[in-house]
Design a protein around this ligand. Structure first.
Ligand SMILES: O=C(O)c1ccccc1N[C@@H]1O[C@H](COP(=O)(O)O)[C@@H](O)[C@H]1O
Length: 210
Protein backbone atom coordinates (compact mmCIF):
# COMPACT_ATOMS: atom_id res chain seq x y z
CA UNK A 1 0.00 0.00 0.00
CA UNK A 2 1.47 3.42 -0.88
CA UNK A 3 2.50 5.61 2.05
CA UNK A 4 0.44 8.68 2.78
CA UNK A 5 2.53 11.31 4.52
CA UNK A 6 0.34 13.37 6.81
CA UNK A 7 0.54 17.15 6.66
CA UNK A 8 0.13 19.64 9.47
CA UNK A 9 -0.06 23.34 8.68
CA UNK A 10 0.81 25.43 11.72
CA UNK A 11 0.37 29.00 12.86
CA UNK A 12 -3.13 29.76 11.58
CA UNK A 13 -4.73 32.98 12.78
CA UNK A 14 -7.74 33.35 10.48
CA UNK A 15 -10.77 31.09 9.93
CA UNK A 16 -10.43 31.45 6.14
CA UNK A 17 -6.91 29.99 6.36
CA UNK A 18 -8.29 26.95 8.19
CA UNK A 19 -10.87 26.41 5.46
CA UNK A 20 -8.18 26.74 2.77
CA UNK A 21 -5.79 24.39 4.61
CA UNK A 22 -8.47 21.72 4.87
CA UNK A 23 -9.45 22.21 1.23
CA UNK A 24 -5.82 21.74 0.22
CA UNK A 25 -5.84 18.40 2.07
CA UNK A 26 -4.15 19.15 5.41
CA UNK A 27 -4.61 16.51 8.10
CA UNK A 28 -4.03 18.91 10.98
CA UNK A 29 -3.74 22.61 11.76
CA UNK A 30 -1.79 24.29 14.54
CA UNK A 31 -2.67 27.16 16.85
CA UNK A 32 0.31 28.94 18.43
CA UNK A 33 -0.13 29.96 22.09
CA UNK A 34 3.27 31.60 22.42
CA UNK A 35 3.18 35.38 22.77
CA UNK A 36 6.50 36.26 21.05
CA UNK A 37 5.51 34.47 17.83
CA UNK A 38 4.06 36.56 14.99
CA UNK A 39 1.59 33.67 14.65
CA UNK A 40 0.34 33.82 18.23
CA UNK A 41 -3.42 33.68 18.79
CA UNK A 42 -5.56 34.65 21.74
CA UNK A 43 -8.43 32.46 22.90
CA UNK A 44 -11.01 34.29 20.76
CA UNK A 45 -8.98 33.94 17.57
CA UNK A 46 -8.23 30.30 18.36
CA UNK A 47 -11.88 29.53 18.93
CA UNK A 48 -12.85 31.10 15.59
CA UNK A 49 -10.15 29.19 13.70
CA UNK A 50 -10.97 25.90 15.47
CA UNK A 51 -14.66 26.30 14.66
CA UNK A 52 -13.86 26.67 10.94
CA UNK A 53 -12.00 23.35 10.77
CA UNK A 54 -14.10 20.54 9.22
CA UNK A 55 -14.49 17.12 10.90
CA UNK A 56 -11.55 14.71 10.68
CA UNK A 57 -8.98 17.49 10.51
CA UNK A 58 -7.11 17.58 13.83
CA UNK A 59 -6.55 20.79 15.81
CA UNK A 60 -3.25 21.10 17.63
CA UNK A 61 -2.44 23.64 20.35
CA UNK A 62 1.25 24.64 20.39
CA UNK A 63 3.06 25.92 23.51
CA UNK A 64 6.59 26.87 24.56
CA UNK A 65 7.30 26.21 28.26
CA UNK A 66 3.79 27.33 29.20
CA UNK A 67 2.29 28.00 32.58
CA UNK A 68 0.05 24.96 33.18
CA UNK A 69 -2.86 27.35 33.73
CA UNK A 70 -2.51 28.54 30.12
CA UNK A 71 -2.77 24.97 28.83
CA UNK A 72 -5.73 24.25 31.08
CA UNK A 73 -7.42 27.47 29.94
CA UNK A 74 -6.98 26.56 26.29
CA UNK A 75 -8.30 23.05 26.85
CA UNK A 76 -11.34 24.43 28.67
CA UNK A 77 -12.14 26.88 25.87
CA UNK A 78 -10.87 25.68 22.49
CA UNK A 79 -11.63 22.26 20.96
CA UNK A 80 -8.19 20.77 20.31
CA UNK A 81 -7.31 17.13 19.84
CA UNK A 82 -3.57 17.33 20.49
CA UNK A 83 -0.98 19.39 22.38
CA UNK A 84 2.45 20.29 20.93
CA UNK A 85 5.30 21.36 23.20
CA UNK A 86 8.29 23.26 21.77
CA UNK A 87 10.28 24.13 24.88
CA UNK A 88 12.10 22.21 27.61
CA UNK A 89 8.94 20.58 28.97
CA UNK A 90 9.74 17.31 30.80
CA UNK A 91 7.65 14.19 30.07
CA UNK A 92 5.64 14.42 33.31
CA UNK A 93 4.55 17.95 32.38
CA UNK A 94 3.61 16.96 28.83
CA UNK A 95 1.44 14.06 29.96
CA UNK A 96 -0.14 15.88 32.91
CA UNK A 97 -3.02 17.30 30.82
CA UNK A 98 -4.39 13.89 29.84
CA UNK A 99 -4.32 14.76 26.14
CA UNK A 100 -2.17 13.15 23.41
CA UNK A 101 0.93 15.25 22.92
CA UNK A 102 3.65 15.93 20.35
CA UNK A 103 7.10 16.82 21.68
CA UNK A 104 9.34 18.96 19.50
CA UNK A 105 13.01 18.01 19.62
CA UNK A 106 15.95 19.78 18.02
CA UNK A 107 18.41 17.39 16.42
CA UNK A 108 22.05 18.47 16.82
CA UNK A 109 23.94 15.17 16.63
CA UNK A 110 23.51 11.45 15.99
CA UNK A 111 21.75 9.85 18.94
CA UNK A 112 19.51 12.83 19.76
CA UNK A 113 16.46 11.11 18.24
CA UNK A 114 16.98 7.87 20.18
CA UNK A 115 17.51 9.80 23.43
CA UNK A 116 14.29 11.74 22.84
CA UNK A 117 12.35 8.52 22.14
CA UNK A 118 13.61 7.08 25.41
CA UNK A 119 12.67 10.22 27.34
CA UNK A 120 9.26 11.08 25.85
CA UNK A 121 8.28 7.46 25.19
CA UNK A 122 4.55 8.09 25.68
CA UNK A 123 4.37 10.95 23.17
CA UNK A 124 1.94 10.51 20.28
CA UNK A 125 4.82 11.62 18.02
CA UNK A 126 8.12 13.48 18.12
CA UNK A 127 8.58 16.53 15.91
CA UNK A 128 12.13 17.02 14.63
CA UNK A 129 12.94 20.70 14.15
CA UNK A 130 15.89 22.95 13.45
CA UNK A 131 18.14 23.96 16.34
CA UNK A 132 18.67 27.73 16.55
CA UNK A 133 19.61 29.09 19.98
CA UNK A 134 16.93 31.41 21.33
CA UNK A 135 14.41 30.31 18.68
CA UNK A 136 12.03 27.58 19.92
CA UNK A 137 10.61 26.97 16.43
CA UNK A 138 9.22 28.64 13.35
CA UNK A 139 12.79 29.36 12.21
CA UNK A 140 12.11 28.84 8.50
CA UNK A 141 15.41 26.96 8.31
CA UNK A 142 16.08 23.31 7.48
CA UNK A 143 18.46 21.02 9.38
CA UNK A 144 20.59 18.06 8.39
CA UNK A 145 17.95 15.40 7.69
CA UNK A 146 20.58 12.63 7.93
CA UNK A 147 20.40 13.12 11.73
CA UNK A 148 17.03 11.34 11.65
CA UNK A 149 17.60 7.59 11.90
CA UNK A 150 15.83 5.24 9.49
CA UNK A 151 14.56 3.00 12.30
CA UNK A 152 12.21 4.79 14.65
CA UNK A 153 9.83 3.62 17.33
CA UNK A 154 7.71 6.77 17.55
CA UNK A 155 6.08 8.53 14.60
CA UNK A 156 8.31 11.27 13.19
CA UNK A 157 6.92 14.67 12.22
CA UNK A 158 9.55 16.44 10.12
CA UNK A 159 9.63 20.24 10.44
CA UNK A 160 11.92 23.20 9.95
CA UNK A 161 12.08 25.33 6.84
CA UNK A 162 9.89 23.12 4.68
CA UNK A 163 8.46 24.77 1.56
CA UNK A 164 6.79 23.65 -1.68
CA UNK A 165 10.20 23.53 -3.39
CA UNK A 166 11.96 21.29 -0.84
CA UNK A 167 9.26 19.19 0.84
CA UNK A 168 9.31 16.55 -1.91
CA UNK A 169 13.03 15.97 -1.36
CA UNK A 170 12.45 15.87 2.41
CA UNK A 171 9.74 13.23 2.14
CA UNK A 172 11.81 11.10 -0.25
CA UNK A 173 14.90 11.34 1.98
CA UNK A 174 13.31 10.76 5.38
CA UNK A 175 9.92 9.10 4.78
CA UNK A 176 8.42 10.73 7.89
CA UNK A 177 5.00 9.94 9.31
CA UNK A 178 4.11 13.59 8.77
CA UNK A 179 5.52 16.97 7.80
CA UNK A 180 4.79 20.24 9.58
CA UNK A 181 5.04 23.63 7.92
CA UNK A 182 4.49 27.18 8.99
CA UNK A 183 6.50 29.93 7.28
CA UNK A 184 6.87 28.04 3.99
CA UNK A 185 3.18 28.40 3.09
CA UNK A 186 2.71 32.03 4.13
CA UNK A 187 2.49 35.30 2.24
CA UNK A 188 3.20 37.16 5.52
CA UNK A 189 3.81 35.91 9.07
CA UNK A 190 0.54 34.43 10.30
CA UNK A 191 -1.16 34.84 6.93
CA UNK A 192 -1.35 31.60 4.98
CA UNK A 193 -1.31 31.53 1.17
CA UNK A 194 -3.87 29.09 -0.32
CA UNK A 195 -1.81 28.58 -3.50
CA UNK A 196 1.32 27.73 -1.50
CA UNK A 197 -0.63 25.32 0.70
CA UNK A 198 -1.98 23.55 -2.40
CA UNK A 199 1.48 23.42 -3.96
CA UNK A 200 2.93 22.02 -0.72
CA UNK A 201 0.31 19.27 -0.51
CA UNK A 202 0.81 18.48 -4.20
CA UNK A 203 4.56 18.01 -3.69
CA UNK A 204 3.94 15.71 -0.72
CA UNK A 205 1.52 13.57 -2.74
CA UNK A 206 3.97 13.36 -5.66
CA UNK A 207 6.73 12.25 -3.28
CA UNK A 208 4.40 9.65 -1.74
CA UNK A 209 3.78 8.20 -5.20
CA UNK A 210 7.49 8.10 -6.13
O1 LIG B 1 5.44 29.15 14.15
C1 LIG B 1 5.97 29.73 15.10
O2 LIG B 1 6.03 30.96 15.15
C2 LIG B 1 6.54 28.93 16.23
C3 LIG B 1 6.95 29.60 17.36
C4 LIG B 1 7.48 28.89 18.43
C5 LIG B 1 7.61 27.52 18.37
C6 LIG B 1 7.22 26.85 17.22
C7 LIG B 1 6.70 27.53 16.14
N1 LIG B 1 6.32 26.90 14.98
C8 LIG B 1 6.67 25.55 14.66
O3 LIG B 1 8.03 25.49 14.21
C9 LIG B 1 8.17 24.46 13.26
C10 LIG B 1 8.87 24.94 12.00
O4 LIG B 1 8.30 26.10 11.48
P1 LIG B 1 8.76 26.63 10.04
O5 LIG B 1 8.06 25.76 9.01
O6 LIG B 1 10.25 26.48 9.96
O7 LIG B 1 8.30 28.05 9.94
C11 LIG B 1 6.79 23.94 12.99
O8 LIG B 1 6.60 22.80 13.80
C12 LIG B 1 5.87 25.00 13.49
O9 LIG B 1 4.72 24.39 13.96
Amino acid sequence: MPTRTRVKICGLRRPADAVAAAAAGADAIGLVFYGPSPRAVDLGQALAVAAAVPPFVARVALFVDPDPELVRGVLATVPVELLQFHGEEPPAFCRSFGRPYIKAVRLREAGDWARAEARWGDAAALLADTDRPGRPGGTGETFDWSLVPAHRRLPLILAGGLRPDNVGAAVRAVRPYAVDVSGGVERAPGEKDPARMEAFLGEVRDADAA
